[in-house]
Design a protein around this ligand. Structure first.
Ligand code: GLU
Length: 486
């Protein structure tokens, strides 16, 4: 048997992390067993389904590199299959027309609620032979007795009693088929062997098994994945921050880090935290998925992302960083220089947005020197040190790390001061105070012209802040407790 799994989102919103995790589990399970993974778009709800959502889902899948062997199939293109199945059920007496009015159903519901019964259709039209010419829905004739039992890969044995189920509507008055019917036909037509989905669908499973059996179709195996909760214990939703997969891309997460985080959300392998895709495929098993809901933890996601930023291939990192710099208005060339910037800065960032932020000074002049850093570095003889080092740097033939280091060292020697007296103002002058690597590497990556220009800017800044004739350099401090009385 070839394992075939599917991901079957309804395009009524973006691809959220819960959906992405379900897709990942299905994808991993298929890959692990040398099987196939199918993408099916469940777009029969014409009012709520949108083209934008379809695109967002496809875009999310592509970004996460969750490739599918077949699809995307669209349910709206498969109505003929659903109609044929409904006809068959009608012919076999396993479905019937119902014309119960909304008022009747409402009254029935009220009455059942008052009697503390579970609201369910009472089978009023089961034997009424409603004409096809009047408005009607079609209901499935659910077995009235017996149990539906299945072995869920995550929850173990699950049992439902037919007495709890009612005759489900499989075709609406407007002729459109309903979710449980379409899923059943598609899973069978697409030869799905393992249905892996959110446990919000658990209650649909006995209905779907009954339908499959009525149609003489094979029943797949099931795995119902527990939901994801936010940090506060409530079901994960928009109010917990980013839940759209694409939003994580915008916030600077690596797709492989998000996948790694998602696989660990409800699944574990010892206490291992980091998994390559190849390892995930090899080690993942449905039986190790937790039965309890898991909580989304942004700090953990950031930690995993940071590990990927530190360890991943530098060229790959440069490519991923480029759009984040672009977002900041930096038209960067993805080449050796950006790769070197990534190498120099990557230890200091948890996300690509942070990495872009702390790397901006390599490409763009900053608006101002960081006040705290400037206060510390631009004291005493800072201008002399900057003038002296600037002259040495300007004279360099080669703007490489070694000569750069030598120029700073020679300035230190010439002035007869400690290394920091030159290095500190120089670093703040060229970086503005942003976190930066070794000074010679920093200078090398910023480039000659920019460094010399920024040193001049720093000198003017210091001189103007020390100008005794500039009144803005004075801050007025009055004592409230002992005012001078005139
Ligand atoms: N279309 C359903 C949803 O988005 C999933 C159906 C299924 O997996 O069976 O919730």
């Amino acid at each position: 048997m070839t394992v075939r799994t599917r991901f079957a989102p309804s395009p009524t919103g973006f691809l959220h992390v819960g959906g992405a995790r379900t897709a990942l589990f299905s994808w991993l399970y298929a890959k692990k067993h040398g099987g196939q993974f199918v993408l099916r778009i469940e777009d029969t709800d014409l009012e709520r389904s949108t083209k934008e959502s379809v695109n967002a889902i496809l875009q999310g899948m592509e970004w996460l590199d969750l490739d599918y062997d077949q699809g995307p199939f669209y349910q709206t293109e498969r109505f003929a299959h659903y109609d044929a199945a409904i006809e068959r059920l009608m012919e076999d007496g396993l479905a019937y027309r119902c014309n119960c009015s909304r008022e009747r159903l409402e009254a029935l519901r009220e009455e059942q609620m008052q009697n503390k019964q579970k609201p369910r259709y009472d089978g009023h039209c089961r034997n009424r032979q409603i004409s096809a010419d009047e408005p009607h829905v079609i209901r499935f004739r659910n077995p009235e007795s017996g149990d539906i039992v299945f072995q869920d890969h995550i929850r173990g044995e699950v049992r439902f009693s037919n007495s709890e189920l009612d005759d489900l509507i499989i075709r609406r008055t407007d002729g459109s088929p309903t979710y449980n019917l379409t899923v059943v036909i598609d899973d069978a037509d697409m030869e799905i062997t393992h249905v892996i989905r959110g446990d919000d669908h658990l209650n649909n499973t006995p209905r779907q098994i009954n339908l499959l059996q009525a149609l003489g179709l094979p029943v797949p195996e099931y795995a119902h994945v527990p939901m994801i909760l936010g940090d506060d214990g409530a079901r994960l939703s928009k109010r917990h921050g980013a839940v759209s997969v694409i939003q994580y891309r915008e916030e600077g997460y690596l797709p492989e880090a998000l996948l790694n985080y998602l696989v660990r959300l409800g699944w574990s392998y010892g206490d291992q935290e980091l998994f390559s895709t190849e390892e995930m495929i090899r080690l993942f098993d449905l039986k190790d998925v937790n039965r309890a809901p898991s909580s989304f933890n942004t700090e953990k996601l950031q930690w995993i992302n940071q590990q990927y930023i530190k360890e991943c291939d530098l060229q790959h990192l440069a490519i991923l960083l480029a759009p984040h710099l672009q977002e900041r208005g930096i038209d960067v060339e993805v080449g050796d220089h950006l790769v070197a910037v990534c190498e120099a800065q990557r230890e200091r960032a948890r996300t690509l947005t942070e990495l872009a932020e702390i790397s901006t000074f390599y490409y763009e002049d900053f608006e101002e020197f960081d006040p705290a850093a400037a206060k510390k570095a631009f004291r005493g003889e800072a201008t002399e040190a900057l003038r002296a080092v600037s002259a040495k740097l300007a004279a360099l033939e080669e703007w490489q790390r070694e000569p750069l280091h030598a120029a700073v060292a020679a300035t230190v020697e010439e002035l007869g001061v400690g290394f920091g007296k030159v290095a500190m103002p120089l670093r703040i002058a060229v970086t503005g105070g942003a976190p930066s690597p070794d000074l010679d590497l920093t200078l090398r990556l910023i480039g000659r012209e920019t460094c010399l220009r920024r040193i001049d800017m720093a000198i003017s800044f210091i001189e103007s802040s020390n100008d005794p004739w500039k009144t803005e350099n004075y801050t007025l401090s009055l004592s409230a407790s002992s005012p001078i009385c005139l």
